[in-house]
Design a protein around this ligand. Structure first.
Ligand SMILES: [Zn+2]
Length: 272
C-alpha cells in the first residue's frame, strides 16, 4: 500500500483507504453465496498450478485392484494439473516433469499429457455452497460422440463463452472413459448455463449432458451409473426436489425431443 499511496500523511492514507474499502467489505457481507468449500482456481487452464483443498465428494471408487500404468490424458476445458493429478492419483510434480510443464498456464486445450504410473481415472466432483441451483435439466448431445472439449469449441463458435452445460457424461468414444463425468468451466465458476432458455432454466438449473443420440440409441450402463450418482449427489446437496429434475423436453416452453425418445425415464425416476 505504501508505494501505491500518494498521501504524505499515513493517517490520511489509512482514512482514505478505509473510505474506499469499507463499502466493499460491507457489501460482501450481504452476498448470500458463501465461498466454495473446495477451492478451485477459475479459468483453470490458464491459472498457475496451485494445489487445492480436498474435494467435497468423489465418484464411485475406482476398482480397488486397479493396477498402475502409463496413460494419456487429453486436457479439457477447466482442467488443472491439480485436478488431473487427482483423477489419476499421481503426484503433481510427476505430471509436470514428464510433460515439461511448469504450471497450468502451460497447458493447452486438447493437449495430450503423458501420465506415468497412473491409476484408473477417478472422477473428482466439486460441490459449491449455493442457493442458485433449484433444478437439474438432463440433455443428450444428439451426436454419436463428443466431449466437453468438443462441445466447448462448438459452443464457442456459436458465440458462447464456453461449453453450455455444467457437466458432460462421456460415452467412451472421444478420448475419455465411458461414463466419465467431465466438469466444465461453467460449474467450476458457478456460472449460468447455456443449455435451456425455456423457463429461464439457464439461471437456475444445473445442465447435465449425456453424450449420445438417444433417438437412435440408449445411454450406456456406465453413463447411467454416472448420471444416477451425479444427480443424487447434486439433489441431496442442493436439496432439489425430484419433480424439479427434468429432461430438456419436459421444461415448460421448450420445443425439443432432447434427451431423446429412448432415454430411460422409468429407470431414471426410480433413482430420485
Ligand atoms: Zn437438450
Amino acid at each position: 500500500m505504501e508505494t501505491a499511496c500518494t498521501f504524505k500523511n499515513s493517517q490520511n492514507c489509512f482514512y482514505v483507504f478505509f473510505l474506499i474499502a469499507a463499502p466493499l467489505l460491507l457489501s460482501s457481507c450481504v452476498v448470500i453465496r458463501t465461498a466454495p468449500k473446495i477451492e478451485q482456481p477459475p479459468s483453470a487452464v490458464k491459472s498457475p498450478a496451485r494445489p487445492s483443498a480436498k474435494p467435497e465428494i468423489r465418484s464411485a471408487a475406482r476398482p480397488s485392484a486397479a493396477s498402475r500404468g502409463f496413460r494419456t490424458h487429453i486436457v479439457a476445458p477447466g482442467e488443472t494439473l491439480w485436478r488431473i493429478s487427482k483423477i489419476y492419483d499421481v503426484p503433481l510434480a510427476s505430471i509436470m516433469s514428464t510433460n515439461r510443464v511448469k504450471g497450468d498456464q502451460d497447458l493447452q486445450l486438447g493437449q495430450t499429457l503423458n501420465i506415468p504410473s497412473a491409476k484408473e481415472p477417478e472422477q473428482i466432483i466439486t460441490l459449491y455452497p449455493s442457493h442458485k441451483w433449484k433444478y437439474i435439466v438432463v440433455h443428450h448431445s444428439a451426436t454419436d460422440e463428443g466431449s466437453s472439449l468438443q462441445f466447448h469449441s462448438y459452443h464457442q463458435n456459436k458465440g458462447w463463452d464456453s461449453v453450455g452445460y455444467h457437466f458432460v457424461i462421456d460415452n467412451g468414444k472421444s478420448g475419455k472413459p465411458d461414463g466419465f463425468i467431465e466438469i466444465t468451466p461453467r460449474w467450476l465458476q458457478q456460472l449460468d448455463g447455456a443449455h435451456c432458455k425455456a423457463s429461464e432454466m439457464n439461471t437456475k438449473a444445473i445442465g447435465i449432458c449425456l453424450v449420445g443420440d438417444f433417438n437412435k440409441s440408449e445411454p450406456t450402463k456406465a453413463q447411467k451409473d454416472s448420471l444416477a450418482f451425479l444427480v443424487k449427489k447434486l439433489q441431496r446437496y442442493y436439496k432439489i426436489h425430484a419433480h424439479k429434475i427434468l429432461g430438456h423436453k419436459q421444461v415448460p416452453g421448450s420445443n425439443t425431443e432432447c434427451p431423446g425418445k429412448n432415454f430411460p425415464w422409468s429407470w431414471f425416476k426410480k433413482q430420485l
